[in-house]
Design a protein. Structure first.
Length: 159
């Protein structure tokens, strides 16, 4: 089998170009799924009509917090505004996220101080049903209602 010089150069060029492509897909700004959450005190009815309302700490005033959905391999940006009277964070329970986005105050990130915000940005590598909650004063904040569902759909599944 003989190969022409032109075919050899074209094949080598195509192979080199293929190896030069980044292994990760880059995302346009418009492809990033963005959410905004506010931690704050709220009063909600947890037990139904005819029963008293309950003072809670909540994401966007709801218990549980809003359901967050993203597709596996798609980037996520979540801006958390803290309107509580104490520090908070968001931990992504069960998600393999970059260490700096793991939500452990003083260890993986600075705490989100009252009146401040923090932006979480990562790309969930695994599909599944997970949850988010604080890792600052965890028993108090989680016990008062700060938690929500985080759904990561497969590339071919529902969004």
């Amino acid at each position: 089998m003989s190969v022409s010089r032109r075919a050899l150069i074209a094949g080598a060029g195509a192979a080199a170009w293929g190896f030069a492509l980044p292994l990760r897909r880059s995302f346009a700004e418009s492809e990033i799924k963005e959410y905004r959450l506010t931690t704050k005190q709220a009063v909600v009815n947890l037990t139904g009509d005819g029963h008293p309302d309950t003072a809670v700490w909540a994401y966007d005033g709801t218990v549980p917090g809003p359901e967050l959905r993203v597709r596996q391999g798609d980037p996520l940006r979540l801006v958390v505004n803290n309107k509580l009277g104490e520090d908070t964070t968001v931990h992504w329970h069960g998600i393999r996220s970059p260490n700096a986005m793991d939500g452990v105050p003083g260890l993986t990130q600075p705490p989100i101080r009252p009146g401040e915000s923090f932006t979480y940005e990562f790309t969930p590598p695994d599909a599944g049903t997970f949850w988010y909650h604080p890792h600052a004063d965890t028993l108090q904040q989680l016990g008062r209602g700060l938690a929500g569902a985080f759904i990561v759909g497969t590339r071919t599944g529902c969004r």
